[in-house]
Design a protein around this ligand. Structure first.
Ligand code: BGC
Length: 826
């Protein structure tokens, strides 16, 4: 069918045999659906997501692509307009990789600061998350690329994510965790949803009729496609009947017997037809029926898309949060700057896991500052490292494939560096292959070196013929490669200057993760010369010689990643020690922090300024220089509470238990509604930095607010308007935030909940009115006994300001009667 007119999906569906309908309900391979050439139904390709379009193939080593700021950096912008623009650009990126579906956005909330994947999502707050997601989705889909909002639902940590049972009370589910998805469906109009790996209330999310059909379709009116997370389908007919349309990846695994089941059962046959229609609909909506793309064609569009580069740089700066400034920033022209730290010369532009991609470039803070300040004004020292794993061996690796330990070589391959993931094998190589890898180490000086090996599969490494690491007989499943791999095994070796030969043997090994993907074949060879013990001291010395020290510290995508939770809240390695030493040598010190979430800052009182830049995408160094030099106002406001102590985090009992990370297969969200600032209010803790906080290079004042009415009829929208004035001497941005406080509530409620926000850019001295419109839901809680959203008759306060703890403007109103919205049958 090559017609460009809108096809009639029901007639097309009628033409499909039952076999063909069933075939459409699982992928053809890792990233593509099954085609039906007889009827002109082409393959639809999907790609991760969310901070770029990686393209097909493995998670590393693919085609180059544009890397955008990660989710938490976008969450910090509080700017739906910007997310719409980013979605628009990502559609072009997705098309360039031959795909019609982006596996994004991630909208799981920050329940615990230790969730490994928080970097990928936007916020601890469901309204902020939902509004940003809706804008991103609209931008993407306006260009014909489907969004896939994920992971639906209850995937707020990575611990045992393939099997864990998330136990969430109905109110917390409705008011917090489902809300971003509700926005994505109702306001964003998302065309696809990805179900989570975990169970929700004892049932896998991928076969949860209440979640996938009752709530998603019947209550919210979703008319798109639901796909499973990769390897997260657990049944054939049952999952189809529950509302899961597509098993990913393919070929069919949990659905291998689906045809037989459908033949024998009319209800399953009907469900198969409905699901096949949803697949066809997505193929149609993405333009793939009328105009199929070449799913093998993957273009690298860097030079062509200069506007995307500029957008990434702007967005990176707009997400940067100025946490402290004693007046040292912006840096003055002509200052000499010592750029110090593990994240100075190594650009940290993204997190790890399936969200990673092969960025067109990675501009480091050192490069960015050198370009902005001039080479002569910038010195550099690394100070210390912050590695979780050794840096990947940076020399080419040749690979020979065999069917067994001995026997003929079936194929040969070369990889540019020492990390390899085999998602597809060379032609003729069996699944149970053996790989023999070889690389040359170029050692410039005699000395001690570190080597490491981590693998998903069995591996062993030798140097110059001597066995050095055994990850074969000693293999144990650990914390690498999304939970499929071992831990990293490290050794030290004395090497002489010259060339050395590294050999690695590899064989696949199935592991249990609860997912239907059992073998993930990957390995990583690490190599480095350890820093001398004097490295911190050496950095302090160059700091003393400069006017200002900028210390670039934080983490990287090995710490902040998928399949494993964060390590804690302390900065890894000797980084705190580095800050203390540099400050002692030069008090004019600025901290440039790059993490995917909060960390503790024991040196906060001693430094002059702190900027949180997150992982801001490929233009990182330029965006950071723009902020440090004041070419751009730091536009970011924290989308997450930064606790002062790990114990203040909402789900951090002293010892691991069922609340976090989970016990005996269950994780109970015992804190209920009280995450983030809701928890801070309940327990009156003092965060290190509160939700919504961030400084500008200018200052703002809010004046008294006016209500359209203070006696609000149930269902009547109410508007609140207030003037915002830039009281400083520079242009700048602020985010005005409105929280609702229910004065006398029938059911227990958080002290306040964010119900509106708007970002304004004002010239010096400029005043502008900002207006918020609040409707019934803004005043409501979810009454689980009535199955309804309910706003009590009575008094409410609107708390307005520039962070969750700076809310000077207050207005009161009265709801003259109860407002309700029935959700479930009473
Ligand atoms: C992740 C998804 C991702 C998928 C495909 C899974 O491991 O949870 O977010 O889209 O892999 O890479």
């Amino acid at each position: 069918m090559t017609t460009t007119s809108r096809p009639d999906l029901d007639s097309l569906l009628d033409e499909l045999t039952l076999d063909e309908q069933v075939a459409l309900l699982a992928g053809a391979d890792f990233w593509r659906t099954v085609p039906v050439p007889r009827l002109g139904i082409a393959q639809l390709k999907v790609t991760d997501g969310p901070a770029g379009a990686r393209g097909g193939g493995a998670l590393v080593g693919g085609k180059h692509t544009a890397a955008f700021p990660v989710g938490i950096a976008l969450g910090s912008t509080w700017n739906p307009g910007l997310l719409h623009e980013i979605g628009h650009h990502l559609a072009r990126e997705t098309h360039a990789k031959g795909a019609g579906v982006l596996l994004a956005p991630t909208v799981n909330l920050f329940r615990s600061s230790l969730n490994g994947r928080n970097f990928e999502a936007y916020s601890e707050d469901p309204l902020l998350t939902g509004k940003l997601a809706a804008a991103y989705i609209q931008g993407l889909q306006s260009q014909g690329v489907a969004a896939t909002v994920k992971h639906f639902a209850g995937n707020e940590s990575e611990y045992q994510r393939g099997t864990i049972n998330s136990v969430i009370a109905e109110r917390a589910l409705r008011e917090l965790y489902l809300l971003p998805f509700e926005f994505a469906v109702k306001e964003g109009g998302t065309w696809a949803v990805m179900s989570a790996y975990n169970k929700l209330g004892d049932t896998y999310a991928s076969e949860h009729p209440r979640l996938l059909t009752t709530i998603l379709r019947d209550e919210w009116g979703f008319d798109g496609l639901v796909m499973s997370d990769w390897g997260g389908t657990h049944s054939g007919a049952e999952s189809v009947r529950a509302g899961l349309d597509l098993e990913m990846p393919g070929p069919a695994n949990a659905r291998a017997e689906l045809l037989e089941e459908a033949r024998n059962d009319e209800t399953t046959r009907q469900a198969v037809r409905t699901a096949a229609r949803n697949v066809l609909r997505l193929i149609e909506r993405t333009g793939t029926l009328a105009d199929p793309r070449d799913v093998r064609d993957e273009a690298e569009c860097d030079e062509e898309y200069a506007d995307t580069r500029a957008l990434i740089r702007r967005a990176g700066a707009e997400g940067a949060v100025l946490l402290k400034n004693a007046g040292i920033l912006p840096l003055s022209d002509g200052a000499t700057v010592a750029v110090i730290g593990p994240n100075a010369a190594t650009a940290q532009v993204m997190g790890g896991g399936s969200a990673q991609m092969n960025a067109h470039r990675k501009v480091s803070p050192l490069e960015g500052l050198r370009a902005a300040l001039g080479e002569d004004n910038v010195t550099y020292a690394v100070g210390c490292d912050n590695d979780k794993f050794l840096p990947v061996l940076n020399t080419p690796v040749t690979i020979e494939y065999r069917a067994a330990d001995t026997g003929p070589v079936l194929a040969r391959d070369t990889h540019p560096q020492g990390e390899v993931m085999w998602f597809a094998l060379p032609d003729g190589v069996p699944q149970d292959f053996r790989a023999h890898l070889q690389a040359t180490l170029h050692v410039s000086e005699d000395g001690e070196y570190e080597l490491s090996l981590a693998s998903a599969g069995l591996s062993r490494l030798s140097v110059d013929g001597e066995d050095v690491i055994d990850n074969w007989t000693a293999f144990q499943q650990g914390g690498t490669f999304l939970g499929f791999g071992s831990d990293e095994i490290r050794v030290r070796r004395t090497l002489t200057a010259g060339e050395h030969q590294i050999q690695v043997e590899f064989a696949p090994q199935a592991v249990a993760t609860g997912m239907s993907i059992t073998a993930f074949n990957a390995l990583r060879i690490g190599f480095r010369r350890p820093l001398p013990d004097t490295s911190v001291h050496d950095a302090a010395r160059i700091a003393a010689e400069a006017d200002i020290a900028v210390i670039c510290i934080g983490t990287n995508g090995d710490w902040e990643t998928e399949g494993v939770d964060r390590w804690g809240l302390n900065l890894p390695g000797r980084q705190d020690e580095l800050v203390h030493a540099v400050v002692a040598a030069n008090p004019n010190t600025v901290i440039l922090l790059q993490t995917g979430g909060p960390v503790l800052m024991p040196w906060l009182d001693d430094v002059q300024a702190v900027v949180q830049a997150w992982f801001p995408g490929q233009e990182a160094g330029h965006a950071i220089a723009d902020v440090l030099l004041g070419h751009t106002d730091p536009g970011g406001r924290l989308p997450q509470t930064f606790p002062a102590r790990l114990e203040d985090d909402p789900v951090h009992p002293e010892t691991p238990d069922v609340q976090y990370p989970g016990e005996e297969g269950h994780v109970e969200y015992q804190e209920g509604l009280y995450v983030g600032y809701r928890h801070v209010d309940l327990h009156s803790t003092t965060p290190l930095f509160p939700f919504g906080f961030g400084l500008s290079y200018t200052t703002f004042e809010l004046d008294a607010a006016r209500l359209s009415t203070s006696e609000v009829q149930p269902g009547e929208p109410v508007t609140v308007t207030l003037p915002v004035r830039n009281t400083g001497t520079r242009e700048g941005q602020t985010v005005v935030q409105v929280y609702v406080h229910d004065v006398r509530t029938t059911l227990e409620r958080p002290e306040k909940e964010l119900k509106g926000f708007t970002k304004v850019t004002l010239a010096p001295g400029e005043t502008r009115d900002v207006t918020f419109t609040l409707e019934g839901r803004a005043f409501a809680y979810y009454d689980d006994t009535r199955g309804a959203w309910v706003a009590d008759e009575g008094d409410f306060q609107l708390l307005i300001g520039q962070s969750s703890t700076d809310l000077p403007v207050r207005v009161s109103l009265r709801l003259t009667g109860e407002w309700t919205e029935q959700v479930t049958q009473a």
